[in-house]
Design a protein around this ligand. Structure first.
Ligand code: KG4
Ligand code: ZN
Length: 334
């Protein structure tokens, strides 16, 4: 079965073609990041309007790259939520339009399920069960993944997501949006040890996170007239605190559950310090560590097409798009 996946939950317009036998055939993406940079963050209305402009051309391009015609497509999967409702509705309406025209099933996909299943597109793919650290601009959670749709959220952020904290700290440094990668780049010039921030919530049991205090502490530590070295040293300390906090909770969750596979998903998974920290722990403790390639860590349609394929028997009669959609409402795939 060949199907199209459509992702429009935030500021990436992405289309992919996945085939049950042949695997991923094509994935294309347009990032709106530059358009939103001017405003220092995603402007929901602009995001929705831009998806509308891009969807048709990107779909044609994905079909061309897959060397398929529209008539070869047997289902349309799209991100139904969670995300920006206007942005979601553009992808949902477009998906419903082509599904109706082609007379094929329309499959709603949960964006976070897409992220959790993204590593399955890689070789070798992790076997179930595994622990997933999902760290993006909108979410920070530790999930015990037993199978498709069998997700137990062990912990999550009570306030800001890790990526959001990176972006807000970067904004204080007047770095361009999205600031996470920019702050990480600045941190490479930083001297270790000059500043130190707390590791929030690591001194109490459990797996929840809180990053908003860290962001505030960072703002207070940053002098208005900070020189370049001080900015870099503070960036280093901030990155150190966020990545150490994430690594401590991962370690705790692995030890508590006895799981021996750890998957890192979401945009912050691109962070090099986080990767090397987790790698060090995994190598020393016989844990198999899986990172999807960077373009599958950040928002993309390949993961939506794949999740759609896993749920190919769950067609929707209407177009449900939901700004909020708790992950643990999902059930195992049919
Ligand atoms: O998963 P994603 O592309 O989008 C969603 O939020 O769904 O994640 C984007 C987030 C942004 O907050 C961005 O600043 C952060 O991931 N990010 C990073 C790095 N690369 C992306 N944060 C820290 N270090 C990085 N290298
Ligand atoms: Zn995402």
């Amino acid at each position: 079965m060949a199907l199209i996946g459509i992702e429009t939950s935030c500021d990436e317009t992405a289309i992919a073609v996945y085939d049950g036998q042949r695997g991923l055939l094509a994935h294309v993406l347009h990032s709106q990041a530059r358009m939103h940079a001017e405003y220092g963050g995603v402007v929901p209305e602009l995001a929705a309007r831009d998806h509308v402009v891009r969807l048709v051309a990107l779909t044609r391009e994905a079909l061309n790259r897959a060397d398929l015609a529209a008539k070869d497509i047997e289902a349309i999967a799209y991100t139904a939520g969670p995300g920006l409702i206007g942005a979601l509705l553009t992808g949902g309406s477009f998906a419903a339009g082509i599904a109706t025209a082609l007379d094929v099933p329309l499959i709603p996909v949960h964006h976070l399920e897409g992220h959790l299943l993204a590593p399955m597109l890689e070789t070798p793919a992790p076997e179930f069960p595994f622990l997933a650290l999902l760290v993006s601009g909108g979410h920070t959670m530790l999930v015990h993944v037993r199978g498709v749709g069998r997700y137990e959220i062990l912990g999550e952020s009570l306030d800001d997501a890790a990526g959001e904290a990176f972006d807000k700290a970067a904004k204080r440094l007047n770095l361009p949006y999205p600031g996470g990668p920019e702050l990480a780049r600045l941190a490479e010039q930083g001297k270790p040890g000059r500043f130190r921030f707390a590791r929030p919530m690591t001194d109490r049991p459990g797996f929840d996170f809180s990053f908003s205090g860290l962001k505030t502490a960072f703002g207070l530590a940053l002098p208005a007239d900070a020189d370049e070295q001080t900015r870099a040293d503070l960036a280093w300390a901030f990155e150190d605190a966020v990545t150490d906090t994430l690594a401590i909770k991962c370690r705790r969750a692995l030890e508590t559950t006895g799981l021996t596979r750890l998957v890192v998903a979401g945009g912050v998974g691109a962070n090099r310090r986080l990767r090397s920290r987790l790698q060090d722990y995994a190598s020393a403790n016989n844990v198999a560590l899986y990172f999807p390639r960077p373009e599958f860590c950040t928002d993309n349609a390949a993961m939506i097409a794949y999740a759609g394929w896993c749920r190919r028997h769950e067609a929707a009669a209407t177009i449900p798009s939901r700004a909020r959609w708790p992950l643990d409402e999902l059930s195992p795939a049919h």
